[in-house]
Design a protein around this ligand. Structure first.
Ligand SMILES: Cc1cc2nc3c(=O)[nH]c(=O)nc-3n(C[C@H](O)[C@H](O)[C@H](O)COP(=O)(O)O)c2cc1C
Length: 470
């Protein structure tokens, strides 16, 4: 119980390689600089700021496709820059890693449109270059527009996407941890042996979705498997997340619901042979903070003049696959089955929700819980929420950028530190070690273990792994 109370808050900045990420409309604020998202200096400055604030990571969301459900088109999406334009997140990482030492990077990649080989190679390369500061947010997509862009026929069935994800992960584990032994690379100039051939193995995979045969092209990196993030919330999604993920995002609802969700996540992890502490749970939040409570309210009111709740609804429409423009403001939105984000559409089954309700929720153009107050008030609330719900940390959205990060670092972080609930220095090692404090690589109770080559594992599980015969 004492440990639980003393838990230090983990913190990621939640962002995307675009103008409007979550809090839509704020790009029009005179002090907002998110229109500079296509400049490298925008990101290197942000990385340095976050490292000064001892943030654990910069978590970068991504979508394949565009938001075209609202009003059956993309006019509002384009005008308000609702995640359009948006650029590839992995292109930012090396530059930000070069100006920081400890900040980590969680990068979203939709596995539905990648071959595991190319993806695994890119992320293993990033793990090398960042010295183990890379994480992967595993997503399977929820947009029909993506399918059309890629030339497919429409979204695969929701649960089938998770089945494919399971096989994608299995194959990635083989590449990352089953092909090269830890000490394969010798770099021995005198003996002319860069890599010992007896320590590199062929992987074989003949699955329903993927086939692969050969050796992985990347030597072992610090973490081997990048730190795994996931946000599945449907029954199938939670099963997947609790089997594989080390960090799980959940939607920030009422504290009782969050607590219930966290309990389920930890119980499911245990059922799958992992420990309840093998998963860190994060909740998304938006914060408006100032020197005093009144000044924070004043700041919120000022921001509200620029925010666009309607743009928030257009974003929400694509998350659910429901064109919300068709409904009157006070009409209950009927539940309809869709292949998008199941956990969100289910809410229309459980509750009567109108567009007015959604607009009220999207005060700053986004649907994350909004916390407004002085540094002390915000810090107290975050600690309270963490202790009440047993979560581990927060994904902090941006509002007016980069002002909101500066405000949080100046006003909230010191209050958390004074209460002993936030680090005063970074831990050493990889992202995984910083978060779990037990080494750079996944523990043995993780499903990756079945795909590891020696010296990790000499068990019979490895019938698929063969030595290269020179
Ligand atoms: C904090 C958070 C961040 C997410 N980021 C992304 C993202 O960047 N890209 C994406 O395609 N889906 C993203 N999702 C959606 C999830 O991948 C997933 O589809 C969703 O949580 C619903 O899970 P379900 O399909 O199991 O209901 C995010 C979800 C949450 C809660």
């Amino acid at each position: 119980m004492t440990d639980f109370k003393a838990k230090e808050i983990l913190l990621n900045a939640f962002d995307m390689n675009c103008v409007g990420h979550i809090n839509h409309g704020l790009w029009t604020h005179p002090r907002d600089e998110s229109h500079r998202f296509n400049e490298l200096s925008y990101w290197t400055e942000q990385a340095k700021t976050l490292e000064n604030g001892l943030f654990d990571g910069l978590f970068i969301a991504d979508i394949t496709g565009v938001y075209d459900v609202y009003q059956n088109g993309i006019d509002l999406t384009l005008k308000e820059s609702i995640q359009l334009p948006s650029h590839d997140p992995s292109t930012l990482i090396s530059a930000m890693a070069a100006v920081t030492q400890n900040l980590s990077f969680g990068v979203t990649v939709n596995l539905s449109y990648e071959h595991p080989y190319q993806f695994a190679r890119r992320f293993a390369s990033l793990d090398h270059l960042t010295q183990g500061r890379i994480g992967w947010n595993i997503v399977t997509g929820y947009l029909d527009s993506a399918e059309r862009l890629i030339g497919q026929k429409g979204l695969k069935d929701h649960d089938a996407r998770y089945e494919q994800a399971e096989e994608f992960l299995e194959l990635c584990y083989k590449y990352w941890e089953g092909s090269w032994e830890n000490d394969a690379v010798k770099k021995d100039k005198a003996r002319r042996v860069f890599t010992d051939p007896s320590k590199v193995h062929t992987i074989h995979h003949q699955g329903k979705y993927y086939q692969s045969e050969g050796v992985f092209q990347v030597s072992p990196s610090v973490q081997r498997t990048p730190t795994l993030f996931q946000a599945g919330a449907s029954p199938k999604g939670m099963q997947f997340a609790t089997r594989h993920a080390e960090c799980v995002f959940i939607g920030g609802d009422r504290p009782e619901k969050i607590r219930e969700q966290v309990k389920k996540i930890r119980a499911l992890a245990e059922q799958q042979g992992r420990s309840e502490n093998d998963i860190k749970v994060f909740v998304g939040i938006t914060v408006v903070v100032a020197e005093t409570h009144d000044l924070a309210v004043q700041k919120l009111n000022e921001y509200r003049q620029y925010a666009s709740p309607e743009a928030g609804l257009a974003h929400y429409a694509s998350s659910t696959g429901i064109d919300l423009s068709k409904f009157a403001d006070d009409e209950a939105i009927p539940y309809q089955k869709s292949n998008s984000i199941v956990s969100i559409t289910e809410k229309f089954k459980e509750q009567q929700i109108t567009k007015n309700d959604l607009k009220a929720q999207h005060v700053l153009g986004g649907r994350y819980p909004l916390i407004v107050g002085s540094g002390e008030e915000v810090a107290e609330y975050l600690i309270h929420l963490l202790d009440e719900t047993d979560i581990d940390g927060f994904n902090l959205t941006r509002t007016v950028t980069p002002e909101s990060h500066h405000d949080f670092i100046r006003l909230v972080i010191p209050e958390l530190q004074q209460r002993g609930r936030y680090k005063t220095a970074y831990k050493t090692g990889s992202l995984r070690n910083k978060i779990f404090n037990r080494g750079d690589q996944l523990p043995q109770q993780h499903p990756v273990q079945a795909f590891r080559c020696s010296p990790y594992n000499n068990s019979k599980n490895l019938t698929t792994i063969e030595e290269i015969t020179a």
